[in-house]
Design a protein around this ligand. Sequence first.
Ligand SMILES: [Zn+2]
Length: 415
Amino acid sequence: MDPSSGVDRVADVLIVEGKIAGVAANLTASSAEVFDASGMIVAPGFIDMHVHLREPGFEHAETIESGSRAAAAGGFTSICAMPNTKPVNDSATVTSYIVETARRKAVVNVFPIGAITKGSAGEELAAIGAMKAAGAVAISDDGRPVMNSRVMRRAMEFARSYELPVIDHCEDLNLSAGGDMHEGFLSVRWGLRGIPSASEDVMVARDLVLAELTGVRFHVAHISTRNAMAMVEFVRRKGLSVTCEATPHHFSLSDEQMPPYDSNYKMKPPLREGCDRGAVVEGIAAGTVTAIATDHAPHAGSEKMQEFELCPFGIIGLETAVALTLDELVRPGKITLNRMVELFTAGPESVLQLGRGTLAAGAPGDVTIFATDLDWTYDVNQSLSRSRNSPFDGRTFHGGPVATVVNGEIVWRRP
Ligand SMILES: [Zn+2]
């Protein structure tokens, strides 16, 4: 199944010397390694455009190697690494370090995302051109959004001239300051400080205005509110090159499903209300959402086992994303399998332009094999990530990845 070339049929996929050689019925190749995918879906390698690998600087929570292994176990062949490492990826030096470390240790393709501003401090622009030359595929200050609109405008102008997309974690920090969960009935009842939907909506609105002004390719990360979705839909209809991604947790969960004070449900943006979750699902079905991305955010157990207010934001997600999409969106008939594959392949590829996400002849031999009739239970203690912060521990799924092939090599098989 390859939405990029309109392929949806029973066929063999042949990979020769790391590249797709052909897709056709009854292909033969002497001495080739054969993977029997009968009854399964064979798709272009899945791309996760929003991952935190924590290296350099926070290797106790994740490394480029461990994160890449978790990605492979989740069916991903390519991942994008957000720049909020220590040091922040705001220079060619850090970008090159990530590219080189990935080349030596990662089992999947790793594409760095550079910072928008130096140290992601929101003041001076980072070395955007140099980072691009070193391998950065986009810029973002994810987690520490650029609050100064003039700085963001300049960043968009630079990014446009370097033909890089700008990805924003849309949050007005002054509106959400100090908040720990979605501002609503439950935050009041539990006595926790709220993060209003308005903190996301205000920033999405600003960014869309600036995207129109500058003509940059602009991407909204982890969209979570109904108003933000409506605004993105509006500007896409106007023809702006604006895209957005949704995370599995935002289309699977709302704040009502959150156990009180459980830090494995603490993330940014927070789990919103049922109608926001519904809007995310509708946006995915209607085509407003271009990609599903995990926002895989590992944190060590000690960091997540503090009082709720002190815990860092974020959950791991690489190993459960495909299964959640199958169970929450495909099985109930919200989207087709073909659309699901698009959201993990041609969708993110259209934003990042990596030359992947396709089974066309000559493309890199990246393949994701998954099954829709596979019962399995997620045990976070078996995770290949270094961290354990998942709200989906113990959940039983009815489909998921079976094998992951990167540049022609099988890098993971379901045990
Ligand atoms: Zn973010």
